[in-house]
Write a protein that binds this ligand. Structure first.
Ligand SMILES: *[C@@H]1O[C@H](CO)[C@@H](O)[C@H](O)[C@H]1NC(C)=O
Ligand SMILES: *[C@@H]1O[C@H](CO)[C@@H](O)[C@H](O)[C@H]1NC(C)=O
Ligand SMILES: *[C@@H]1O[C@H](CO)[C@@H](O)[C@H](O)[C@H]1NC(C)=O
Ligand SMILES: *[C@@H]1O[C@H](CO)[C@@H](O)[C@H](O)[C@H]1NC(C)=O
Ligand SMILES: *[C@@H]1O[C@H](CO)[C@@H](O)[C@H](O)[C@H]1NC(C)=O
Ligand SMILES: *[C@@H]1O[C@H](CO)[C@@H](O)[C@H](O)[C@H]1NC(C)=O
Ligand SMILES: *[C@@H]1O[C@H](CO)[C@@H](O)[C@H](O)[C@H]1NC(C)=O
Length: 847
């Protein structure tokens, strides 16, 4: 009996407005309305009516959201197509055993599907701790009694344990469909679902059009989804006579995790909750090579770090239309270089670092061995390729035969599995000959591999070294860490006075080995003492990856401590990146890293402290901008230019900063500018000049068009950012914030207009005091305009920039119209990058 629940409900409903029913279950006698909610037994999920935040009208939806987090995150909506307009909505059980929502006019706006089993009077609906809302026919809650469950009708979210796919017994196909917008949960344009056919494979649709495929399931992976096996997660695809589905599970039951189909970007995004926010650890489609059918028949996508994305043809194939292929028109695909003989004269060529070709129309022979498959394929002229159907446990089970064109492939750096492509004998011979002739030529490949491997090794050694030193210190001294001396090379003074013979000995050995790394380690305890346990008072800023504190070491030295947010998935990688890079850099115009601290989950960077904060707090501040005269500004511009020149051309490695902006330039006591924040910087090898990224991060307003739109970055994209920064320093206006309504111009457009009209000096910050060297101003603006030219090849290198800035009688080229970036296409289609209108959330992040 559920009488107690009902009694509670009546009492609350009549005495107070904002309540949650202290139960997870409703029955025939109870209902949910207004502010009442059900809460799952463990307090994880809550079910009730809600109004989407930011929606202007009074549309109410029945939804399920997390009970324990401050951000209302709805994971399921019952009536996404039919909101309650005349309130109040009421959720109750109908006499025939359905869940129904009726509105204030007693009209039924939504009801669950008719129960598939006979209903008794004991029917109840219970909200479980996994987020499933289950209608059970006999009140027992056992899986046999489930008459209906919300997990069978997902909205845009997959929770751990949910199944995505087809259940032939129940006759249901579960998909996730994006929401129209954050304020409107009605079905949007994107759907992700299983398409039944040869091998299990999931497709992302935009309307009727396929835009991404998970790749066929081969018993181990969905061959088009990378990084699915994140730590703490397991996933599976089950395929048997009754059902085929994908599901994932989390090993830590307290971890909140969800996978959503985002309506704005059309991406599948996986999120975990931590540190008071959701962070995404993977998403698909994630690069142009994920685009469905991008490279046509027999073509495959190649998206490599440091290379622009492109398509290639399978071995033995050539572009169908070489002219179009040349222009990046890849959808025509590839055609055979030599016709098949259609007899036993043909052969097979294995490729193995590939997303498997789409296999929904391929034929699966679960009983056949690969050898039998080969014979079958040879004997049928329409057979194009074959492969093992299931490689679970490293053994091939069965095979799959493609009697259709091979579509939707992409190359990976790692082996996935062998796919045997049918080719004419002449092609096989030619490929064999090519492989043999390439063999002696090894010395071309090895240096590159060795360099990369060497770099990895350095990183690995550095990381191990940090951790080991730490452990050794603790173990050997036996002295409480807070009193232990921290003596380090590089002129960092001792932070405490203790100095036993043992300690000296230890320090000596540490110093000698640490020389290689040239980076001192700070104890967590030292940092805690210096920041007053990370007190709010000592916090001086908030960077992309965590807060920044000012700290005073025991000897009085002031330092800035950047504390990486714990559990931040990206943070750790960026941390290593930053340590690795900055440890190698020393220049008057770069902020100096004094050391770092790694303790269990804590990761911190210790920098020299900059008394005058960042440049943006001067140039964009009503009061402080007056303090910066032309001479100061020019010195700052020149300093930044020298710092960047060092990064690009003069340091031991070539570094692309990727996020140069006013807030990343710090000013010391003497107003000397220092470039900081290398969290997303990239190191380039010897001859490399450009790279391609699928994840455009940086700051809107400073990103060059080719980086924002195509993800191509190089020294020239940093130089673009530099140009923007110079215009900001001169004008005291933010490129991003400035917008001249009357002229419909951004700061770049406005500067260009003034330049063309010969009124360039009008750009000067009116607040600028002191004497002004107008020819210097003109020269700076001209250099800045050269730096922001639309074509990267027209932008000068930093060495010329420094030269042009510092020499008064250099003749400068005439600038062309600047490249104003109009936004990044959210479409993954990289052949039409100029169609986009808005940035994705990711690119907007000011990291
Ligand atoms: C729901 O609760 C909020 C605040 O908790 C209150 O402002 C509102 O009036 C309540 N609405 C109803 C219908 O009880
Ligand atoms: C609502 O409608 C049902 C039948 O549709 C009826 O039995 C019930 O009495 C109505 N309730 C109210 C409050 O009008
Ligand atoms: C419902 O009950 C009837 C009679 O008790 C039985 O014949 C029928 O098979 C049941 N249906 C289901 C779906 O269990
Ligand atoms: C997705 O599933 C819902 C039912 O949950 C169904 O109404 C809808 O048609 C499905 N969408 C697609 C594209 O299959
Ligand atoms: C793949 O093979 C393994 C081991 O035989 C089996 O357990 C699994 O069900 C197979 N998967 C599919 C999709 O056939
Ligand atoms: C392949 O066969 C087609 C006709 O089936 C013919 O037009 C074409 O020229 C042949 N290609 C080669 C390379 O022999
Ligand atoms: C050859 O393969 C195609 C496609 O797999 C199939 O439809 C056809 O029946 C096969 N023909 C023979 C003779 O097996």
């Amino acid at each position: 009996m559920r009488a107690p629940a009902r009694a509670l409900l009546v009492v609350f409903a009549t005495t107070c407005l904002s309540i949650s029913i202290a139960t997870d279950t409703i029955d025939h006698a109870a209902s949910i309305t207004g502010n009442q909610t059900l809460i799952s037994a463990g307090g994880i999920f809550r079910l009730g009516f809600y109004n989407p935040p930011g929606s202007s009208d009074a549309r109410a939806y029945l939804g399920i959201w997390y009970a324990g987090i401050p951000v209302q995150t709805v994971v399921w909506v019952a009536n996404r197509r039919s909101p309650v307009v005349s309130s109040p909505g009421v959720l109750k059980l109908s006499p025939d055993g359905r869940l129904v929502i009726v509105d204030g006019r007693n009209t039924t706006v939504w009801s669950s599907a008719a129960p598939t089993r006979n209903i008794t009077t004991k029917v109840t609906a219970q909200l479980l701790d996994d987020g499933n809302f289950v209608l059970s026919s006999d009140g027992s809650g056992s899986s046999q009694s489930v008459a209906w469950q919300s997990f069978d009708y997902p909205t845009d979210t997959m929770l751990p344990g949910m199944k995505l796919g087809v259940d032939l017994k129940k006759g249901i196909a579960r998909n996730i469909t994006s929401c129209r917008s954050p304020t409107d949960p009605s079905p949007g344009a994107y759907t992700f679902k299983l398409v039944m056919g040869g091998l299990p494979e999931f497709f992302l649709f935009r309307g009727p059009e396929r835009i991404y495929a998970s790749g066929p399931w081969n018993g181990v992976v969905l061959t088009g989804v990378q990084n699915l096996n994140a730590e703490g997660y397991t996933f599976m695809v089950v395929s048997n006579a009754d059902e085929t589905y994908y599901a994932y599970y989390v090993s830590d039951p307290s971890a909140l995790s969800r996978l959503i189909l985002d309506g704005a970007t059309g991406q599948l995004q996986s999120y975990v909750w931590g540190n008071g926010a959701w962070s995404s650890y993977w998403y698909h489609p994630s690069d142009p090579c994920d685009s469905y059918y991008k490279c046509g028949a027999f073509g495959f996508g190649v998206c490599e770090v440091g290379q622009p994305p492109k398509c290639s043809c399978l071995p033995g194939f050539k572009p169908r239309s070489p002219e179009q292929w040349e222009q990046r028109g890849w959808s025509g695909g590839c055609t055979r270089s030599a016709n098949l003989s259609c007899g036993s004269g043909d052969g097979f060529w294995p490729v193995n670092r590939m997303k498997l070709p789409e296999a929904t129309e391929a034929t699966v022979r679960p009983d056949m061995t690969l050898a039998e498959c080969r014979q079958l394929c040879l004997g049928n002229c329409s057979c194009r390729a074959y492969a093992a159907a299931n490689i679970s446990g490293g053994i091939s089970h069965g095979c799959v035969i493609w009697g259709v064109d091979l579509l939707d492939m992409r190359q990976y750096p790692v082996v996935v599995q062998d796919v045997y492509i049918r080719l004419a004998r002449s092609e096989i011979d030619a490929l064999n000959a090519a492989v043999n002739s390439r063999r002696p030529n090894r010395n071309v490949v090895i240096p590159v591999v060795a360099t990369i491997f060497g770099m990895l090794l350095v990183v690995a050694v550095a990381c191990c070294y940090f951790l080991r030193t730490k452990a050794v210190t603790k173990r050997q001294t036996g002295i409480p860490p807070s009193t232990r001396g921290d003596v380090f090379p590089l002129g960092v003074r001792k932070h405490s006075a203790l100095s036993t013979a043992q300690d000296r000995q230890l320090n000596k050995s540490r110093m000698s080995s640490e020389k290689d790394l040239e980076l001192p380690l700070f104890d967590l305890e030292v940092i805690l003492a210096a920041t007053d346990n990370f007190s709010a008072d000592s916090k001086i800023g908030q960077g992309g990856f965590g807060p920044v504190y000012m700290a005073k070491l025991e000897d009085g030295q002031e330092v800035a401590v950047k504390r990486l947010s714990k559990k931040s998935v990206q943070g750790v990688v960026e941390f290593k990146n930053e340590v690795k890079l900055i440890a190698k850099l020393q220049h008057r115009n770069l902020v100096r890293l004094l050391g770092c601290c790694i303790d269990d989950q804590e990761r911190m960077l210790v920098y020299e402290f900059m008394h005058n904060n960042s440049l943006d707090t001067f140039i964009f501040d009503e009061g402080k901008r007056k303090l910066l005269g032309w001479k100061n500004r020019f010195e700052i511009i020149l300093g930044i230019a020298r710092g960047l020149l060092y990064l690009h051309e003069d340091s031991r490695v070539r570094i692309i900063h990727r996020d140069l902006k006013a807030s990343n330039v710090l000013l010391d006591k003497n107003m000397i500018p220092k470039i900081s924040d290398f969290g997303i910087a990239r190191m380039f090898g010897g001859d490399q000049t450009t790279a391609y990224t699928t994840k455009v991060i940086g700051t809107y307003g400073y990103m060059s068009p080719e980086y924002a739109m195509d993800g191509v970055f190089s020294m020239k994209s940093d130089i673009y950012s530099f140009g923007v920064l110079v215009l900001e320093i001169i004008s005291g206006k933010k490129n991003r914030g400035f917008y001249d309504d009357e002229l419909d111009l951004s700061l770049l457009g406005y500067s260009w207009k003034l330049w063309k009209e010969g009124r360039t000096v009008d750009l000067l910050d009116e607040a600028m005091g002191g004497s002004i060297d107008y020819s210097g101003v003109l020269r700076c603006i001209q250099v800045a305009l050269l730096c922001v030219e639309v074509h990267p090849k027209n932008r000068p290198l930093m060495s010329s920039v420094v030269m042009m800035l510092s020499s008064e009688n250099a003749t400068l080229p005439e600038p062309n119209e600047p490249g104003v970036n109009i936004g990044r296409s959210t479409d993954t289609d990289y052949s039409q990058t100029h169609t986009g209108t808005s940035f994705t959330g990711d690119a907007m992040n000011d990291r």
